[in-house]
Design a protein around this ligand. Sequence first.
Ligand code: UDP
Length: 242
Amino acid sequence: MDQIPAINILGIPVHDVTMTETLDLITQFVAQGGAHQICTINPEFIIAAQNDLEFKRILNQAALNLPDGIGVVWAAKRKGHVLRERVAGSDLIYQLAARAAKTGWKIFLLGAADGVADQTAIKLRSIYPSVNIVGAWAGSPQPEADSEAVQRIRATEADIVLVAYGAPKQDKWIDRNVARTGASVAIGVGGSFDFVVGTQRRAPQWIRRLNLEWLYRLVREPWRWRRQLALPRFVWKVIRNP
Ligand code: UDP
């Protein structure tokens, strides 16, 4: 894929890729070398980027912006475009581990609460015994902690770094550091480690099929309501900006 087709939603490009195409692109990125940033876009990202110009710049420079939230698929449809698939970071982590088990990619897990990255590594190794997870560390999204994380990642010669600090911290972390890590790909994966480990539960399949995972999350994690106010704001902005 030379030019990845993208749809612009309120100033943010979202790429029209399937899960399989995503894995193929990651394969290309690793083969090419150089630093590639991958972001998992949902309406909260797009609303946050309206006021946070640094975040907006980062999302506009990313090598790949995945349609993570059903809201972006809906917004594209309203504009008469099709995003063929929702590619969620929390699904990608498993698919990536499965592909890595075949290709031998070295994967580093950075972020989440203390010990969660380690447990994520243990869980992924139990599902995909040949997966090569070369490091796992909570670290911190604060810039003061950057050099230590970079050194740890460099020392492992990781190909791919998964960064779980939530948006926009994880995406800013990647923007500041990916080139120095020596990794070819860095992906902001939000709460995916918590889902893998089971400290957070994903919505059951039937709720996901009804495209109501966002509502499930609001009910299970009501303290997120303030962040999820982004959803009605997003719907309103999309309707007003045809
Ligand atoms: N997180 C972290 N340090 C922080 C803030 C968040 O490690 O300073 C982690 C948190 O433990 C969780 C992940 O970031 O594992 C994602 O958080 P959230 O659910 O808010 O992100 P989302 O999936 O909504 O992007």
